[in-house]
Ligand binder design. Sequence first.
Ligand code: NAP
Length: 454
Amino acid sequence: MKIVLVGFRGTGKTSVGRILANRLRVPFFDADVLVERRAGMPITEIFGEYGEAHFRTLEREVIASLRTVEGVIGTGGGAVMNPENVADLRWNGTVFLLSAAPDIIHGRIAGSDRPGLTALPPAEEVRTLLAQRKEAYLGAADACIDTGTRTPVEVADMILRQIGGEAVLSPDKQRERDDLLGKFGLTAVREMIERDPGLRVCGIAGNPCAHSKSPLLYNRLFAHFGMRYHYTRFEWPDAGTIIRLANLLPLKGLSVTIPFKADVMRHLDEVDDHAAAIGAVNTVVRCGGRMYGHNTDWLGVRAPLVHRRGGRAVVLGAGGAAAAAVYALISLDMDVTVLSRTPDAAQRLAGRFGCRWGRLEDFKGSDADVVVHATPVGMEPDTRSLLAPRDLERGTTVFDLVYTPPETPLIRAAMEAGCETIPGTEMFVHQAAEQFRLITGITVPPALVREMLA
Ligand code: NAP
């Protein structure tokens, strides 16, 4: 058994860790103490003499050495900022995030001789670092416990109850969960949770989503990273019911697809700035009973186009994927024009981001460095392309977001015209890698995602 405690300084990791280790009769590994042993000096001196970077290197070595241990591990507050640490901590382990409000943390650590990590006054430093680390903490955790109003013994008891498989739902809620799982055709998921109470669930929310490759990808990644997780499909006509079921499950994250990307937002506790600006959420992270919405589609468009920063771009289409594309292109300082068969839709999207707009027929003469195609034209079994080779200039980069078939009619036309081509699978690969990082705290190289999808 490997239990890992992460969280800010002053959230009780050391006290809770010692109690847990005692109760379970297993060793307690305090990563900060192990760093001090390795350096032969206290942390204050490591910081004073060699700086934070050296401390992080030692911390990395210590956490790598704890990958396969059995016992309870308490980490330093900033350890989860390094995704390699998270991968080691998660390996065959259960990670609990201990949290508390900033003023409570400040009260608990006031008077400590630990050096500050910023030049800010202590209370301000706590608030700032908590905000900076929020995404990493929520991603790295399997479960989250607020220690603000609980004693270390109470927190340890909660963790022991959770790992012991004690029911967290009332009998009524359990019946509701089982009813919904039955209606969704997911009785196998109920059996899996009953067999393994430590199992975490993730899934894709969509209608339809039977075609999605996400279950294959995620379940392979979970096995690769030694995580007790199962990824399933939540196919249902309304997002509200999916979220109701999600809240009754030990669910960590959701991928969200058509037609729920906009609608799901009203069911969430928080939506980040990128998703709010795009008007769509494709990723939900759940921790401590709260749901956090993100958008990684725009990063899926952005990553393969970073080499074209500052050029002229045309987006074909004005729907959800087009909005993510416009947001990505603007983040690359591109001059963007939106073209759509419905000019009103193009005008509305362009108006939100202050770019130009027009009809599809206006493409000729647009002199684009980059073309992003964001309509379903050319998606199997459709064999049409909105552009012919004669419409395109040699050297233009053509990114077709359609990914079935892998070589679309537009990609073939672009190759014939001597363009650089990027297939829609690349958007999927990059958005999935970012989504996996948000849900698990682990960074996956795009090459590994491609390999897992093959
Ligand atoms: P959407 O919100 O329904 O928007 C579709 C857009 O395509 C609208 O602007 C629509 O124009 C236009 N359109 C539809 N049929 C057309 C046609 N026959 N001729 C010209 N324009 C047409 O859909 P979406 O979510 O943006 O998805 C668009 C495409 O992106 C899909 O093919 C999807 O597979 C792809 N996609 C790929 C990824 C990936 O990971 N690679 C991710 C998301 C989406 P009207 O307003 O005139 O109907």
